[in-house]
Design a protein around this ligand. Structure first.
Ligand code: FPP
Length: 250
């Protein structure tokens, strides 16, 4: 029997009094299975997943979440069939165009985390435009992780820090956790408090590896990302509010 990490609890939480996480991470998993269950190509699942990404993003902003990081494409996702990758790239392009239009009314600042230089020049331009156009928004900060991998991010940080040591700008004994955090894509943000993964997979899949040291995980079994609703998000937030965070203390 597989472990069940999240069960809808009978204990009611007063949502108006509930402590919200400052930073929420979401692994948007299950698009392929959602499509397969309906006899559709995997790409169709990504399409519905992308529409849901917009809905959940807006909702997070509306309820006062300050930082949201969504996992859209990992450094490992390049292993997928070419057809699926091409469809995902087209989807990213179309949705960013739409997001540029739709999010202009929303007070959301969008930032891309990951090595975006691997994408087509056209997509990179759109990524830069999306970031620039929302740079002065003061509401929620949305990180879209694309060609992102937690290990890659740590390697990047180690390289930058080693270069500073080699140039004599930094002594090895000055390297500490805070310095490493400052070399990550999320250097100016709090670590994620809550990471949600729907679809019944109980893995972190290289998502925010360093930053998630003390994150609370909510793995949701019976929901795939395209069906993940605002109520599912609320349930995860209720669960988070019940957790006793000790950060290694007592
Ligand atoms: C994981 O499901 C999902 C992805 C690899 C893609 C996620 C991308 C989106 C939801 C589009 C977001 C769009 C923007 C603009 C950010 P899976 O394919 O691994 O599903 P499976 O495990 O059921 O096969």
């Amino acid at each position: 029997m597989s472990a069940v990490f999240f069960k809808k609890s009978e204990t009611k939480i007063d949502r108006s009094q509930r402590i919200l996480p400052r930073h929420v991470g979401i692994i948007m998993d299950g698009n392929g299975r959602w499509a397969k269950k309906r006899g559709m190509p995997r790409q169709a699942g990504h399409q519905v997943g992308a529409a849901n990404f917009k809905k959940i993003t807006r909702y997070c902003n509306s309820i006062g979440i300050k930082h949201l990081t969504v996992y859209a494409f990992s450094t490992e996702n390049w292993k997928r069939p070419k057809e699926e990758i091409n469809a995902l790239m087209d989807l990213f392009y179309d949705y960013l165009i739409e997001a540029l239009r739709d999010f202009s009314e929303e007070n959301i600042r969008t930032v891309f985390i990951g090595d975006v230089t691997a994408f087509s020049p056209k997509l990179q331009e759109l990524i830069r435009e999306t970031e620039a156009i929302s740079a002065d928004k003061t509401g929620m900060r949305l990180n879209i992780a694309m060609n992102y991998g937690g290990r890659d991010e740590i390697v990047k940080a180690v390289r930058e820090i080693s270069a500073d040591v080699a140039e004599g700008k930094l002594r090895p004994e000055e390297i500490d956790g805070a310095l490493i955090s400052r070399h990550l894509y999320t250097f100016d943000q709090p670590d994620p408090d809550l990471i949600i993964r729907p679809s019944g997979e109980y893995r972190t899949s290289n998502f925010l590896l360093w930053q998630s040291a003390y994150a609370e995980y909510v793995f949701m079994d019976d929901i795939l990302w395209p069906d993940f609703s605002t109520e599912n998000l609320e349930e995860a937030l209720d669960e988070y509010a019940k957790r006793n965070r000790r950060f290694g203390g007592v």
